[in-house]
Design a protein around this ligand. Sequence first.
Ligand SMILES: Nc1ncnc2c1ncn2[C@@H]1O[C@H](COP(=O)(O)OP(=O)(O)O)[C@@H](O)[C@H]1O
Ligand SMILES: [Mg+2]
Length: 277
Amino acid sequence: MPIIKLENVGFSYKDYDGRVIEALKNLSLEIEAGLFVAVLGRNGSGKSTFAKLLNALLVPTEGKVYVKGYDTTDPDGLFDIRKSVGMVFQNPDNQMVASIVEDDIAFGPENIGVPREEIKTRVDWALKTVGMEEYRNAAPFKMSGGQKQRVAIAGILAIKPDVVIFDESTSMLDPAGRNEVMAVIKRLVKEEGITVIFITHDMNEAVEADRIIVLDGGAAVMDGAPREIFKDEGLDAYGLKLPTVSYIAKRLKEGGMPVDGPVMTPDALAEELCRLL
Ligand SMILES: Nc1ncnc2c1ncn2[C@@H]1O[C@H](COP(=O)(O)OP(=O)(O)O)[C@@H](O)[C@H]1O
Ligand SMILES: [Mg+2]
């Protein structure tokens, strides 16, 4: 059974003048547990709305969203859905609730009534998983953006979610911070079996995913493995670019080098160049 399932989902906002804004339309898809799924699309394409539907912050105005088999409009499933689907946002400064790292991470499990001993175990595990053990007693305001995001992720992990959604959570970070957070995300998928939904503007990050869903005008316009998505046909139309490595490969091909297939990682490009030279 897929962990997330959308059936003909539509979502409309009403703005101040009562005008209806259709943010998502007729979206049907399934997401299998344990995958790393990237969601791409230009500003306003419906990515954040999609994210909010997945932990019942919003419920669809048309169609159905199911999480772990629960219809998100079913009040009986709400607590379980909120526990199962955690969300990491864009601004690392807006996600801290306590002045000491370990208190911040313990906040979530305390709120849902996890016993004290168990909280301690979870905080230890969460700190280790994001590589922040040494910062247990540190004050978040002194840390880098990447470190703050890792603490935010630890806070979500302490609730023991099945799914973690990242809504442009790397966009305010410097390259080092992005790399730290990407490394943690990959570990969540590989070592903890967590399903990751990763919303980003960065094609170089999206390349790392198992699957990419492209939204445009509230509809899913592309859906597939990075190799298929980055074949460079029609990407422009959705405001997307090629990942850097694929772009270099493409230019080499245009310059007459017979580079084979869509190349997406620096290692693959290096290998391909060695083969050709
Ligand atoms: N609270 C809101 N009220 C009215 N319109 C909204 C609201 N939030 C988003 N929208 C509109 O819904 C559409 C999709 O927005 P959003 O899901 O935030 O897209 P993205 O995250 O891809 O930028 C946009 O046209 C946006 O202006
Ligand atoms: Mg958004």
